[in-house]
Design a protein around this ligand. Structure first.
Ligand code: NAG
Ligand code: NAG
Ligand code: NAG
Ligand code: NAG
Length: 451
């Protein structure tokens, strides 16, 4: 067994959450966004840059750089582009949506994390700016209750926890916990994540580029160590539902573990749940839908595979392949290390980013619906859908692009109309489907009217 429990009795429950007067992020965003903060500590930043500490920014091979046009004067326009969020002064390296669907966090090598309100997408560039002192974050992940986020520090190669709160005058406060997580391994951080159980237990995942994944409590204390045995880790994440940790690497499979808590929310153990199999070469990346009932993978073998993972894995059931296909984006075969995939919350739509292009396709038909070419002036670093499935977000330069997910509405209409057919005329379900179909059609109409 490749899972060790180091400290099963450490109380896992939420340092960040336990602190008294933590007030909902909701208030904060509204209280403060008017007050755009000025650049500060720039002298500190410049000094660090001169000392070469920024070499931790993603190294881009010459081969890949060739695909990117000169960074100057890049313009991108598309009918489906809802808006672009502007504010970062450096390359944006990571995106995360809060589980309540209200907020987006973006982190950049400009040493800030910015918090945006989804409600304000398309009405300016209001955001809350959080400085990352003496470092920059490559990943930011909200806690399940959206009252804190964790940041993966690029230079220190560890995690810092930020608690969100609000002062009496309405100003947002965002303070890091005093100590960053203990490093525990010399391998580079690959990804971070926060998970939670229904019983109130929570954990932080830190995944590394070797074969290590650490499961920690919110103070950073290690609860379990996973050796993925996959040669190296290409990608790892915590599922949006917060229950699973999954990883792919040199081998042609994806391994999925369940992080188990007791009924009172104390960490119990990490168990192997299931595997996604069938690729003939390394899996580069993968994604879950919102409740982990579907997963999608992309491999070096040039194909994607879409799985039903709504299974009783503890009874030996295995994921079931629903669809698969070959993949390229804008005519280019995918390049290793520059491929990202996102699955819409309802699993009807997948988006694959490669270099600085994006392809969007239906998981039902496998047919590509639209391609966005040269979306960013630099290599894409992240793509994700918002929690409601209305938007597809991408980044890679200073901007965050927000696209309408019209394929999501179209697929929803097709799916629900098909389901509706077999229902008796007066059924409540039929009525509910009809309402959803009407809403989806209205959303589509509103988008096409504005484009
Ligand atoms: C920078 O921060 C200091 C406090 O650390 C403050 O006194 C100063 O006004 C700030 N400068 C700007 C330009 O915001
Ligand atoms: C500026 O940087 C110094 C040194 O890291 C830090 O102590 C201070 O709190 C920072 N001030 C602001 C306003 O960010
Ligand atoms: C992708 O990243 C891995 C690990 O950093 C590296 O060993 C490999 O050479 C990279 N592949 C390409 C094609 O750059
Ligand atoms: C997942 O998304 C679907 C479709 O958008 C939604 O109906 C469902 O409530 C979501 N489930 C969770 C656990 O968020």
């Amino acid at each position: 067994m490749d899972v060790q429990s180091n400290a099963p009795n450490v109380p896992v429950f939420a340092v960040t959450l336990a602190i008294g007067a933590v007030i909902l992020l909701l208030y904060m965003l509204f209280g403060t966004s008017k007050k755009e903060e000025k650049e500060n500590n720039s002298s500190v930043s410049e000094e660090i840059e001169k000392n070469g500490a920024r070499t931790s920014s993603k190294k881009i091979s010459k081969v890949h750089q060739k695909h990117i046009k000169k960074n100057t004067g890049h313009v991108f326009a598309h009918d489906l582009l809802h808006t672009s969020l502007k504010g970062h002064s450096g390359q944006v390296l990571g995106l995360d949506m809060s589980i309540n669907g209200k907020y987006l966090a973006s982190c950049s090598d400009d040493r800030t994390v910015r918090l945006w309100s989804v409600k304000d997408f398309g009405v300016g560039n209001r955001c809350v700016r959080v400085n990352v002192e003496l470092d920059h974050a490559r990943q930011a992940r909200f806690s399940p209750d959206s009252r804190a986020f964790i940041a993966g520090l690029a230079m220190e190669n560890t995690v810092r926890v930020y608690r969100l709160g609000k002062k009496d005058d309405g100003t947002t406060t965002c303070s890091p916990l005093e100590e960053d997580f203990e490093k525990s391994t010399s391998s580079d951080l690959l990804n971070i994540g926060v998970g939670a159980s229904s019983s109130g237990g929570s954990f932080v995942m830190t995944a590394y580029k070797d074969t290590t994944i650490l499961i920690r409590n919110l103070k950073g204390h290690i609860l379990a160590t996973i050796n993925t045995n996959q040669g190296n880790n290409n990608y790892a994440c915590v599922s949006p539902c917060g229950r699973f940790v999954a990883c792919c690497g040199w081998t042609p499979d994806v391994k999925v573990w369940a992080v188990m808590f007791t009924r009172t929310g104390e960490f119990r153990e990490v168990v192997r749940a299931f595997e996604l199999k069938g690729h003939t070469s390394s899996v580069w990346t993968f994604a879950f839908n919102n409740d982990s009932t579907r997963m999608i993978t992309v491999s070096k073998d040039g194909t994607w595979r879409f799985y039903d993972t709504q299974i009783e894995y503890d009874k030996g059931q295995e994921p079931y392949l629903l669809n698969s296909g070959e993949i390229n984006v804008c005519g280019n075969p995918l390049l290793e290390n520059y491929t990202f995939i996102a699955l819409s919350p309802d699993a009807r739509v997948a988006a694959v980013a490669n270099i600085n292009n994006i392809g969007v396709f239906s998981t039902r038909t496998g047919v590509k619906h639209v391609e966005f070419k040269e979306v960013h002036a630099e290599l894409i670093t992240a793509i994700t859908f918002d929690i409601a499935g209305r938007y597809l977000l991408s980044t890679g330069d200073k901007h965050i692009r927000i696209f309408h997910n019209i394929l999501g509405y179209k697929e929803k209409i097709i799916d629900l109309e098909a389901k509706q057919k077999n229902l008796p005329a007066a059924s409540a379900t039929k009525e509910r489907y009809q309402k959803q179909i009407t809403e989806a059609k209205q959303s589509l109409e509103a988008i096409t009217k504005n484009t």
